[in-house]
Design a protein around this ligand. Structure first.
Ligand SMILES: Cc1cc2nc3c(=O)[nH]c(=O)nc-3n(C[C@H](O)[C@H](O)[C@H](O)COP(=O)(O)OP(=O)(O)OC[C@H]3O[C@@H](n4cnc5c(N)ncnc54)[C@H](O)[C@@H]3O)c2cc1C
Length: 395
């Protein structure tokens, strides 16, 4: 019998496992894959997430991964904005952390802290008893007093328990590339191509790890076959004028992979008797940027707080765990709501072209826009009347 069973060793599950183990709880972290495993991602980790990883003891490894000091954006009509996000390269903060290594590092850190890590362990069935939770897995049975579900955006176990209310709203795809002749430490690039709005195509140079090229948009557009994300990436590599042939000699390191994202905090019931839902399964990906590593880890840390309270009081009821859902809403709902407004506004290419013209003449506004993409300022700031007046001025 464990105190806590955790399904999924992505950033959310591993962060929760690590912090619970540090507090002395017995934890089983159950992961269907075996590390190092491939995870479809853009690999950008924002400042707050880096702080959590440092606290997890990964500081030394973080130092080996590239820092981000500038962003490049392009508009549907081809305007390019280069924006420095810090005054010197040594102050650069956000980092590119390839998920194959990040997730393995974090799961190992959880194990070092005392959590039991069970790889190749697919959770298949859940039985909720009055006193315990029993899981049937490909590696046998596990019982625990609490269950944390960090099973990602496919969320098979969260779904099985009837906690999912909605389907994922975004879909994104990425491919790793070798790009001879392209600066591996260049700026992170975000290209708002007309056909993919309100999403974007990214090109993230990853230092020694090559390049991460990807794009994302509404799942509904992909499902309606309006848009083929792989075709968008292939066409971008070959023809995009913004790239001006920079990817002509690119060699693929592996296939294009796509994965859904959930951005609606209320789209999952994130607590129930003895249960909390974390990360992507709880709809914590930013609707504005598609980033969810940091929010997943934050939810892991929050869940630990409420799990500790439940063990202290001996009350594992849904009512006792409801403050976890309130804490998620308090932390994320304001930013997500602002992001939905921005996302639907940025769907219009003419408006986006106009915003770029305004930002080209207003360095402060451009920097705010860039920092919102790094999650260093809230997207709510872009909707502040001061900025709205600027964005809507005639150019
Ligand atoms: C193309 C793309 C690009 C992205 N780019 C970025 C980015 O640059 N920065 C950013 O912050 N976010 C990005 N994201 C989002 C980010 O990948 C997720 O938000 C993040 O992985 C969420 O972490 P998680 O721990 O909730 O879920 P996951 O990382 O998905 O982990 C869930 C884990 O659960 C395991 N699992 C599932 N079912 C079972 C089961 N039945 N039994 C046992 N284990 C199970 C899975 O194998 C997996 O390891 C991107 C997403 C996509 C699709």
């Amino acid at each position: 019998m464990h105190d806590v069973l955790i399904v999924g060793a992505g950033p959310a599950g591993s962060m929760a496992a690590l912090r619970l183990a540090r507090l002395g709880f017995s934890v089983a972290l159950l992961e269907k894959d075996t590390f190092p495993r491939i995870k479809t991602c853009g690999d950008l980790v924002t400042l707050e997430g880096l702080g959590l990883l440092e606290d997890a003891g990964l500081g030394e490894w973080l130092e080996t991964c590239r820092r981000v000091d500038g962003l490049r954006f392009s508009s549907p009509d081809g305007q390019v904005l280069d924006i420095a996000v810090c005054d010197s390269a040594s102050e650069a903060r956000n980092r590119i952390l390839p998920r194959e290594y990040l997730d393995a590092q974090l799961a190992q850190a959880a194990m070092r802290a005392g959590a039991g890590l069970f790889e190749g362990c697919r959770v298949q069935e859940v039985q909720m008893g009055d006193d315990a939770v029993r899981l049937t897995t490909s590696r046998g049975e596990f019982t625990g007093r609490m269950l944390l579900l960090a099973d990602g955006s496919h969320a098979p176990i969260t779904r099985k328990l009837g906690l999912l209310r909605e389907a994922p709203d975004l879909m994104a795809a990425r491919q790793y590339l070798h790009c001879p002749g392209v600066d591996p430490l260049g700026p992170l690039e975000f290209h708002f191509q007309r056909e993919i709005l309100p999403g974007y195509t990214w090109l993230f140079p990853q230092g020694e790890y090559g390049f991460n090229l990807g794009c994302g948009t509404y799942t509904a557009r992909v499902n309606r076959k309006e848009l083929d994300l792989a075709a968008v990436l292939e066409a971008f590599k070959r023809h995009d004028p913004i790239l001006a042939g920079r990817l002509a000699g690119a060699e693929a390191i592996g296939p294009i992979r796509a994965h859904p994202l959930r951005t609606h905090v209320g789209g999952t019931r994130s607590h129930a008797f003895r249960i909390m839902v974390l990360g992507d399964a709880a709809g914590l990906v930013s609707p504005f940027t598609g980033e969810g590593i940091t929010s997943g880890m934050i939810s892991g840390a929050l869940a630990v707080r409420f799990a500790s309270d439940a063990f202290a009081s001996g009350d594992f009821s849904a009512a006792a765990l409801a403050p976890y859902t309130q804490a998620l809403k308090q932390r994320f709902a304001g930013d997500h709501n602002a992001a939905y407004v921005l996302r639907s506004t940025l769907r219009d290419p003419r408006l986006l072209d106009h915003f770029f013209r305004v930002m080209a003449a207003d360095a402060d506004l451009a920097r705010t826009f860039a920092l919102a993409y790094l999650d260093e300022v809230s997207p709510q700031l872009l909707l502040h009347p001061r900025n709205l007046v600027k964005l809507l001025q005639k150019r």
